[in-house]
Design a protein around this ligand. Structure first.
Ligand code: HEM
Length: 130
């Protein structure tokens, strides 16, 4: 295993934590209709964090190989796409505040699902107990 693996995994996990933190903060500002949501940094920092999250993921996959881990990695990729779409609907595109609130809750649940897939290396994540 490459010497880079553990540091890269730490970067990846830190970015994952920062990503959901940044999302929840913006979600609360959206619910409160706060103008803080329009701050310049708010439009930039989450993209940097999410880009690092993805780059570190690509680096990790480069080290462990996609083939032997295809099932749970595919679940994470699909989960990530769903998390991004739900996040955009929650913070921007949802038509009513009620719809945005619902999309935001779903985004948080999908994020937890991705983290559970990461920990268990099982594509079902926390659904494996169902
Ligand atoms: C929102 C998106 C993501 C979150 C929340 C997330 C979360 C995590 C967490 C918490 C871990 C550490 C698991 C542990 O060792 O306990 C991890 C590891 C990892 N993630 Fe992600 N991840 C995300 C996206 C991705 C994507 C898109 C990929 C690649 C397809 C990926 C590939 C990996 C790999 C290869 C590991 C190392 C697994 C290990 O060493 O056991 N992650 N991820």
């Amino acid at each position: 295993m490459s010497d880079l693996y553990l540091p890269l995994r730490s970067v990846h996990m830190t970015c994952a934590a920062l990503s959901i933190l940044a999302f929840v903060i913006r979600y609360i500002w959206m619910l409160r209709e706060s103008t803080l949501l329009q701050q310049r940094a708010v439009k930039i920092v989450p993209h940097i964090v999410d880009t690092l999250l993805l780059l570190s993921a690509i680096g990790l996959v480069g080290i462990i190989g996609f083939g032997p881990n295809a099932a749970w990695l595919s679940a994470k990729i699909v989960g990530l796409i769903v998390y991004i779409v739900l996040g955009t609907l929650a913070l921007k595109r949802g038509r009513t505040k009620g719809a945005r609130a619902m999309f935001g809750l779903l985004a948080i649940i999908v994020f937890a699902f991705i983290a559970s897939v990461a920990r268990t290396h099982n594509p079902l994540g926390f659904f494996m107990h169902v």
